[in-house]
Design a protein around this ligand. Structure first.
Ligand code: PLP
Length: 392
C-alpha cells in the first residue's frame, strides 16, 4: 500500500497516542471540577495550551480548542462577522477556500451579509491588488487560506494581511493544510484569526484550534457552560488537546527535516509524472507550494476512473477535496484556475508524508504513468468506435 493522501488525513503518531492515553481511560476528571482529579485535567489542558501558544507565538488565552478545522473556520467566520454586524455586513474571501469557509460564508449570505469572492490566477494565487480592490467601507472580515488543500499553493499571506491591517479589518486564515509543513507564527503572518486541525499533522481527529487575537470580537456558535473563556461551550476534550499539543510540538521540531524529505518526493512525482504523460498541467504554484502536495490535471482522463484503478493497485490518492471525494464534479478550486476545459475532469492530488519512502514514490509514479497511458488508450478506442459507428 502506498498512501498518498496525507492531505486528507495523517496517521496518529504513536508518541502522540501515548501522551493521550492517561486521559482516555480511567477517571480523567472534568477541568471545571474543583476537586483534585479535575485539577489534574485542568493542569494538563493548561500545559497543552501553553505549549501550542509558544509554537504559534501567541498567548494561551488566545487559543480556542474546537472539534477541528471545520468548526474553527465556522467560528472564525460566522462568529466574528456576527459580532461585528453593527459595523458592517461585508465579508471577503477567495474563490479557492475549503467548503468549511465557503459554506460558512454562504450561511452569512442567507443572514443578509454580502460576500465578495476574490479570484485567483492560474497558479491559485490571490493578488494584493485584487484583495485591496474588493475591500469596502463596510468590510468587517477577510478570510484567505494559507495553503490550498487541492493544489498546495501557499499565499503571500503577510502581504495580504498588511492590506487589511492598515484598514483595521480582522484577517482570518485557514492554515489547516499548512501546519506540519510550514512555520506558523501569527505575528509574522499578521493574522487575527487562524484555524488548525490536529489530524492533518499526525495528531488525533476531532480536535483543532482557533487562534483569536486579543481584542477580536467573537460571537460563540454554541450556547452552554461558557468554557474556553465564553467562546466555545462544552466539556473540554483533554485527551485531544494534549494530543494536539504533542503533535504540534513534534511537527515544529521535525519541520525542516520533514519539509526537505517531502519536497524531494513531491518533486520526484511532479518531474516523473508530468515528464512522462504529456498533455498535463502540474497545478498550483511552481515554487510557493506545500512540500507535501503534487497535483495535476490530465487531458482526456476521468479522475474517478484513475482513482479507482490506482486504489486497485494499492495507491491511495485523491481528486479535488477529499472531504467531498467520491464526486466527479469539477471542484471549485480547479474551476477557478481557468484551465482549458479538456483538462478539468482529470485532476489528481498526491500528498506525501512520513510513511512514504523515495523508492516507494518512484515505483508509485511508474504505476500512475502506466494507468494514465492505458486509460487514455481506452478513451481513444471508445472515441474511434463512436466515430466509426456514426461514420458507418
Ligand atoms: N480546511 C482545509 C483547508 C482542509 O483541508 C480541511 C480538511 O480537509 C478542513 C478545513 C476541515 O478540517 P477538519 O477535517 O478538521 O474539519
Amino acid at each position: 500500500m502506498t498512501y498518498l493522501d496525507h492531505a486528507a488525513t495523517t496517521p496518529l503518531d504513536p508518541e502522540v497516542l501515548e501522551s493521550m492515553m492517561p486521559f482516555l481511560s480511567g477517571i480523567t476528571g472534568n477541568p471545571s471540577s474543583v476537586h483534585a482529579v479535575g485539577r489534574i485535567a485542568r493542569s494538563a489542558s493548561d500545559d497543552a495550551r501553553e505549549s501550542m501558544a509558544r509554537t504559534l507565538a501567541c498567548e494561551p488565552q488566545e487559543l480556542v480548542i474546537t472539534s477541528g478545522g471545520t468548526e474553527s473556520d465556522n467560528l472564525a467566520i460566522k462568529g466574528s462577522a456576527r459580532a461585528s454586524a453593527r459595523r458592517g455586513r461585508h465579508v471577503v474571501t477567495s474563490a479557492i477556500e475549503h467548503h468549511a469557509v465557503l459554506h460558512s460564508c454562504a450561511s452569512l449570505e442567507r443572514e443578509g451579509f454580502e460576500v465578495s469572492y476574490v479570484p485567483v490566477d492560474e497558479y491559485g494565487v490571490v493578488s494584493p491588488e485584487d484583495l485591496a480592490a474588493s475591500l469596502r467601507e463596510d468590510t468587517i472580515l477577510v478570510s484567505i487560506m494559507l495553503a490550498n488543500n487541492e493544489i498546495g499553493t501557499v499565499q503571500r499571506l503577510s502581504d495580504l494581511a498588511r492590506i487589511t491591517r492598515d484598514r483595521g479589518i480582522p484577517f482570518h486564515t485557514d492554515a489547516v493544510q499548512a501546519a506540519g509543513h510550514l512555520e506558523i507564527d501569527v505575528d509574522d503572518l499578521g493574522v487575527d484569526l487562524l484555524s488548525l486541525s490536529a489530524h492533518k499533522f499526525y495528531g488525533p481527529r476531532g480536535v483543532g484550534l482557533l487562534y483569536v487575537r486579543d481584542g477580536v470580537e467573537l460571537e460563540p456558535l454554541l450556547d452552554g457552560g461558557g468554557q474556553e473563556l465564553e467562546r466555545r461551550s462544552g466539556t473540554e476534550n483533554i485527551a485531544g488537546t494534549v494530543g494536539m499539543a504533542r503533535a504540534l510540538g513534534m511537527a515544529t521540531d521535525r519541520l525542516e527535516h520533514r519539509a526537505r524529505r517531502e519536497g524531494e518526493m513531491r518533486d520526484m512525482l511532479i518531474e516523473k509524472i508530468a515528464g512522462a504523460t504529456g498533455d498535463v498541467v502540474a497545478t498550483g504554484h511552481p515554487t510557493r507550494r506545500l512540500p507535501s502536495v503534487a497535483s495535476f490535471c490530465f487531458r482526456g482522463i476521468d479522475a474517478e476512473s484513475l482513482l479507482i484503478n490506482l486504489d486497485l493497485d494499492g495507491i491511495q490518492a485523491s481528486s479535488g477535496s477529499a472531504c467531498t471525494s467520491g464526486s466527479v464534479i469539477v471542484s471549485h478550486v480547479i474551476q477557478a484556475l481557468g484551465l482549458p476545459e479538456a483538462f478539468e475532469a482529470g485532476s489528481l492530488r498526491l500528498s506525501v508524508g512520513d510513511s512514504n519512502t523515495p523508492e516507494e514514490i518512484s515505483a508509485a509514479a511508474d504505476i500512475i504513468i502506466a494507468h494514465i497511458v492505458r486509460l487514455r488508450g481506452i478513451a481513444q478506442e471508445v472515441t474511434e468506435a463512436e466515430f466509426g459507428a456514426v461514420g458507418g
